[in-house]
Write a protein that binds this ligand. Structure first.
Ligand SMILES: [Zn+2]
Length: 89
């Protein structure tokens, strides 16, 4: 009986974990939308080159022009711009 109880608790915790995932994903979706709305209002008046991950699960870094205000990716720097960035000027 005790064993069964423990099993039930384990099952409950297991399910709760995945419920948490879906609630976190929902929050992530809401946050992404909020960021997107703010970025759409931005005029992107200043930009800097930054090295960012190609995508969320990638270990490859790429160079992009990022808006100084809203952090939106607004362009791809050319080879000369990247060289200048890497030389720290
Ligand atoms: Zn911007």
């Amino acid at each position: 009986m005790l064993l069964r109880g423990a099993k039930e608790v384990a099952k409950f915790l297991f399910m709760a974990k995945f419920k948490k995932v879906s609630s976190l994903l929902e929050k992530k979706r809401i946050i992404s939308k909020e960021i997107e709305d703010l970025q759409n209002e931005c005029t992107h008046s200043g930009k800097s080159i930054k090295s960012i991950k190609e995508h969320e699960v990638s270990s490859t870094f790429i160079f992009r022009w990022i808006c100084n205000n809203c952090e939106k990716m607004i362009g791809i720097p050319n080879e000369q711009e990247i060289k200048k960035y890497l030389n720290g000027s």
